[in-house]
Design a protein around this ligand. Sequence first.
Ligand code: FES
Length: 161
Amino acid sequence: MSKNNETFWEEMFTYYAQIKNPSQEDIVALLREIQEAIGCIPKTFQERAATCMKTSPVLISTIIKKYPSLKEESFQHEIRVCTGPCCTSKGSLEIQKELQNLLHIETNQVTKDQRIYLTTQCCMKHCKKGPNLMINGKVFHGLTKERVIELLQDLPPLSFL
Ligand code: FES
């Protein structure tokens, strides 16, 4: 099953959620699996790991910092496409596909230049204005493929280039 498939992640998190009183080793094992699939452990996945392991995102972040082999976010911009029912009925899945094509990645992956991380969110609470997406926490409404290209072009380049 593809690691970019939400079912893959649901199965993984369900598996780890069954562990009673998870140890730090269990948490590290889950974090390693996330990193293996994505290349780093983005905030959204830290939050999911915390819920799954019945702990806080702060502890998850502390564990990541403690293990040099584990990496937090290693990208500059996060793009979240809304995959809630209203937005999908207005074409957000086509927007998601367009972004995958433009960035040459699947969802829940980071671009080769480590610049952009593409992910999804189920509803951003702006259903009437969809299809919506969020860039670095800011929501953009009524998206079209043309508008997505403009938004990508407006993103600042890597700071070290
Ligand atoms: S479904 Fe997209 S904002 Fe609610």
